[in-house]
Write a protein that binds this ligand. Sequence first.
Ligand code: SAH
Ligand code: SF4
Ligand code: F3S
Length: 441
Amino acid sequence: MTTTDERTYWIRTFGCQMNEHDSERLAGLLEVQGYRKVDSPDDASVAVFNTCAIRENADNRLYGNLGRMKSVKEARPEMKIVVGGCLAEKDRDVIVRKAPWVDVVLGTRNIEALPGLLRKAEESGIPVVEFSETLNVFPSALPARRDKSFHAWVAIQYGCNNACTFCIVPSVRGVEASRRLGDVLGEVKQLCSTGVSEVTLLGQNVNSYGRDIYRTPKFADLLLALDGIEGLERVRYTSPHPKDFREPVARAMAESSVVCEHLHLPVQSGSSRLLKRMKRSYTREKYLEKLHMARELVDGLAVTTDIIVGFPGETEQDFEATMSLVEQARFDAAYTFKYSARPGTEAAEMDGQVAPEVVSRRFERLAALQQQISLELNEQMVDSTVQVMVEGPSKKNPDKVTGRTRTNKLVHFAAAAGQGELLEVKITGAAPSHLEGCLVG
Ligand code: SAH
Ligand code: SF4
Ligand code: F3S
């Protein structure tokens, strides 16, 4: 407790947008209980770490942070430390063994249990560790405390039924479970009635949305059904899996006035041989075909991707195939990752783990190539006028604001404008990861 006896909380979120979404619910649950948000764990009666397990450095960061919390807990033994999220699932009992000062460990499928688990820990005085193998409540249905007033994450699907050999997500997030179409639409309508104008639909494999409850994917129907909701300006989604990305979804993107012209289509590698080892279920050619189809159908489409460098067995030739795919595909941006072996995944047991110095060299080459392409594509936008949604003051220059184009590019420009405002901006300058602009009119 703080000196005033006021109940306060602090949350640190690692990982992807799904975790940000879940953190907003954890915060919402605490606020309903009367907790107020603070900016430092030192002032918090409850400190929450919502963790990620996707790569090894995510693990290291959590244990480093928990190490630092030890003295905070010693100084204020009545405060509670909570660890949730994907690493909590992966490390279950290890966490309280490595950091016995942790009070509550909860999984990704029982976040609604947080208030009850805090009470349990308070009463028992010993760490409480609780997980659920099934999703009982869609976290989206829980109260949320959102960071941005104009934007909301909307989970449409939990878990993942794929078996990419490098990936830990299926084992920490469970099997695919879709939310009913009516529930998703209901949530979006409700959000828009309270001032939200942009939503990002979330799932690990959004293209298969609905298959588990309707027998057939309903993602394209969902996109079309969102068009026309009062107050809704922009719809984004992530991630589609290339194997399930088909024409109906691209057509729905083109037809809908709210779905943004941005596709994040993770390729992982440009080598069909490696894609097979990754169990991605598509080849280089198939991927490029789908990319071509999407660009043909959706005018002005920006495309981003994820790429893993140094997957087990990656030869120079495989890596050159990734380089040539990047040259051919001309992505607007790529999130590049060094392969990280995750315990329990198939790839962690594979022969041919690539030496770290080789991985680093390839990683640098790939990043440099992509930077060059991103810059060239951004430079082509100079002198054009685009619609930008303001996100807030620019972090680098307080005299400017930062916003996003429909194609998800960041633009810095001078304006007296608040979050969520839509403005016409003329692009005046370009860098690999952002644009500069000036207000029109
Ligand atoms: N469901 C999404 C990906 C979610 S994970 C999809 O299939 O598209 C986000 C990204 O992390 C992946 O696209 C991949 O590029 C990267 N990633 C996942 N596991 C990894 C690992 N073991 N090492 C390095 N990067 C990894
Ligand atoms: Fe992981 Fe593959 Fe599922 Fe994406 S589709 S979450 S990479 S297993
Ligand atoms: Fe996301 Fe990390 Fe979990 S990327 S799904 S928070 S392992």
